[in-house]
Design a protein around this ligand. Structure first.
Ligand SMILES: Nc1ncnc2c1ncn2[C@@H]1O[C@H](COP(=O)(O)OP(=O)(O)OP(=O)(O)O)[C@@H](O)[C@H]1O
Ligand code: SF4
Ligand SMILES: [Mg+2]
Length: 345
C-alpha cells in the first residue's frame, strides 16, 4: 500500500467576505500540492499573494472555503473538538515577530513549558526537565532560562519560539517569515538551527518567505505563488537554475546575486504595473496584465498547473517551449565555453 503524503492539499480555496456584498478576497484560489515527510517546502511570492493564509490553513487555523487539506490522509475539520485540539499539536506555526509570540509576564522557561502544562499529561518536574532540555537544544544557556522575553535579543527570542513549538513533538512546522525581523548576521544561525533540528526530530517544514536567499538556503522544494495560486513548483535547485514561469524569472532576476544559470536572464526583469486586487483577479492567466511574454491567448484561456516532469509543475501556456529553450541553452553553454577556451589557447 502506498502511504498518503504527510500533507495533501486539494483544490484549496480560502475566500474572505468584504464589506460589499457578493465580493470576496480570493486569498487562496485553487491550490493543489503534496508535502512529503521530513522535507522542506518554501512558498515564495509578493506581498498579498496568499502565503500566510495558505500557511494558516496547513495547520488548521483557517477553515477551507472549498477543497481540503489532509494530514496523513485525515481531514482535521472532520474530527471532533477534543480530537482536533490533540491533532493540532502535530501541526505548529511559528511567526515572524519573535517578541509578540511570547507572553511578557512569563519567564522563557514557563513559555516553553506552557504547552506541556496545558496538556498536563506528565508531572511538573518532567515538564521542567523537558523545557530546560529543549531550550539548551536550541542554544539558550541555562543562565537565561529564568529571564523574561524583553531581556533577550531577537535571535534568542526566536530560538525560544522554536523550543516552544517543539514541546509537543510536532510533525510539521510552518515557519512564516521567521527570520525576516532578524539581522542578517543572526539569520544564518537560526536557519542552521532549523536544519539541525529537522535532522534530529524528523520534522517537515513549510517556509513562507519573501526572501529567495532564505528559500535557497533551506528548501528541498520551492513553490511560487501569485494572486492566490501556485504558478510554479519543483526541486529548489531546478526552480532556481531553470525557472519556467515568467513570474519566477522576474522574481529571480531581481536577486542581487543571481546564481549562474542556463536560463537566468542577465538583466533585471521589471514587471509592469501593480499586483492586481485579489477581489477581482484578471481573467484567464492571472499574470497576463504584467507578463513580459503575454500573448493574445493568455487573456482568454487559463493555463493548467501541470506536471512537465516528475515533480516539476508550471502554469504557463509556454512552459514546454521554455523547457525546450532551457535544454538548448544548457547544451549551447558548454559548447560556447569550449569555443571560448579554444579561442584563448
Ligand atoms: N482575515 C482576513 N480577512 C480579509 N482579508 C484577508 C484576511 N487575511 C488575509 N486577507 C487578504 O488576503 C490576501 C492574502 O493575504 P496574505 O496575508 O495571505 O498574503 P501574504 O502573501 O502572506 O502577504 P505578505 O507577504 O504581505 O505577508 C490579502 O489581500 C489580504 O489582505
Ligand atoms: S500564460 Fe501567458 S501571461 Fe501567463 S505566464 Fe504564460 S506567457 Fe505569461
Ligand atoms: Mg504573510
Amino acid at each position: 500500500m502506498i502511504a498518503a503524503p504527510l500533507v495533501s492539499v486539494d483544490k484549496l480555496k480560502i475566500h474572505f467576505p468584504t464589506k460589499r456584498r457578493g465580493r470576496t478576497v480570493k486569498a487562496v484560489d485553487g491550490v493543489t500540492f503534496d508535502i512529503e515527510p521530513s522535507t522542506t517546502l518554501s512558498i515564495i511570492g509578493e506581498s498579498g499573494s496568499g502565503k500566510s493564509t495558505l500557511g494558516r490553513a496547513l495547520v488548521c487555523l483557517t477553515r477551507p472555503t472549498e477543497g481540503t487539506v489532509l494530514h496523513d490522509g485525515t481531514d482535521p475539520f472532520r474530527l471532533g473538538r477534543s480530537a482536533l485540539r490533540r491533532h493540532r499539536r502535530d501541526y505548529q506555526l511559528i511567526f515572524q515577530d519573535p517578541h509578540a509570540a511570547l507572553d511578557p509576564r512569563m519567564t522563557i522557561l514557563e513559555s516553553v513549558r506552557e504547552p506541556l502544562d496545558i496538556v498536563g499529561e506528565i508531572p511538573k518536574a518532567d515538564r521542567n526537565a523537558q523545557a530546560h532540555g529543549l531550550l539548551e537544544r536550541v542554544g539558550i544557556a541555562p543562565a537565561l532560562h529564568e529571564r523574561y522575553p524583553h531581556q533577550l535579543s531577537g535571535g534568542q527570542k526566536q530560538r525560544v519560539n522554536i523550543a516552544r513549538a517543539l514541546t509537543t513533538r510536532p510533525k510539521v512546522l510552518v515557519c512564516d517569515e521567521v527570520v525576516a525581523a532578524l539581522d542578517v548576521s543572526v539569520q544564518a544561525g537560526i536557519l542552521n538551527l532549523f536544519a539541525d533540528i529537522q535532522r534530529d526530530f524528523g520534522l517537515t517544514y513549510v517556509f513562507i518567505t519573501h526572501d529567495l536567499a532564505v528559500a535557497a538556503h533551506i528548501s528541498d522544494e520551492i513553490a511560487v505563488m501569485y494572486l492566490g495560486q501556485f504558478v510554479e513548483k519543483g526541486l529548489a535547485e531546478a526552480v532556481q537554475e531553470t525557472p519556467l514561469h515568467p513570474y519566477t524569472r522576474a522574481l529571480l532576476s531581481a536577486e542581487p546575486e543571481p546564481l549562474p544559470s542556463a536560463m537566468r536572464e542577465n538583466n533585471r526583469i521589471v514587471l509592469k504595473g501593480e499586483v492586481p486586487s485579489p477581489i477581482t483577479p484578471p481573467a484567464a492567466c492571472r499574470f497576463h496584465t504584467r507578463c513580459p511574454r503575454a500573448q493574445a491567448r493568455c487573456s482568454k484561456d487559463a493555463p493548467d498547473f501541470r506536471q512537465l516532469r516528475p515533480g516539476r509543475w508550471v502554469a504557463c501556456h509556454f512552459a514546454e517551449e521554455m523547457l525546450e529553450e532551457a535544454g538548448e541553452k544548457a547544451q549551447a553553454g558548454p559548447a560556447e565555453r569550449a569555443g571560448q577556451r579554444q579561442a584563448c589557447e
